[in-house]
Design a binder for this molecule. Sequence first.
Ligand SMILES: C[S@@+](CC[C@H](N)C(=O)[O-])C[C@H]1O[C@@H](n2cnc3c(N)ncnc32)[C@H](O)[C@@H]1O
Length: 298
Amino acid sequence: MSPPPQKRLKQPSAARSRAPSSAPSSSPSRSRKPPRDLELEAGSSAHYENPAYYRQTYARRTHDVRYYVDLALKRRGPVLEYGCGNGRITLPIARTGVEILGVDLSPPMLGDLKKALREEPADVAQRVTLRRGDMRRVRLDQRFRLVICPFNALLHLYTRADMEAFLARTREHLLPHGQLVFDVSMPEPEELARDPARAYATPRFRYPDASSGSSVVKYTERFDYDKMRQVLFVAMEFSPVNGGESWMTPLAHRQFYPQELEALLHYNGFRITALHGDFSEEPATSSSSTLIYHCKPR
Ligand SMILES: C[S@@+](CC[C@H](N)C(=O)[O-])C[C@H]1O[C@@H](n2cnc3c(N)ncnc32)[C@H](O)[C@@H]1O
């Protein structure tokens, strides 16, 4: 089995290296551009380097697809999807007849989606426009009835400045009466308290590898929560059972608490019009594991 790209990353003993890779964003700095944080950059990209693995991992996650498709049908598009990935939600929306523009930072995910579009009927493919870009910065020459940011893509916005930029871009791209809808995982205190030294094993599975075929791997996860930055670092460790080098894929998820999100939305010019706790549209409660925000500019 040939090593996937993320294999080049050095495997730390815990979910992340303890050494700070850059100054925290809140530290005073004379330069306008914040310093790069390689740890966070890897945590927002490595998991998306193998689109076949991503597709296989989330193949049974369909409840949110239905939710976003219904929303797109109700709003009738055009839809802007931030963090469209390899089209798990983009494609079903386009198949229902709604125009959608997908923005994503990951070339492998966008490449995979472009490939999938070539297999679609021409009218479906024509409804999809793709842009490689950062949802904090991309400026499009178009406004939308609906802007969506599904399945924790927002958890790759790690700082207040990131969120402010994202919400400013969203406002610029919304038509009057347009709506922003996104979903994030609820922070779970017991999950954030896990010991970073402990490896959590899950069942073995077949890891797809486009270059050398698939092979069965042992899979463990380690979790290391940075309380100051409110970032959960996950180390996903893969070991081929028939020998071969192990590798680790890092993932970094910002933890947003509901009151913090309400304040960020409010002070950036949005009001929450609905807050669901699952994809069957039940209101969010303390026991919800997902938070789905519907917002409008105020
Ligand atoms: C969890 S995936 C969600 C993909 C897709 N929406 C889905 O539901 O399967 C998060 C996506 O956000 C993208 N992403 C992360 N940070 C981003 C940023 N700053 N701007 C645009 N896309 C970003 C990643 O490349 C990845 O494809």
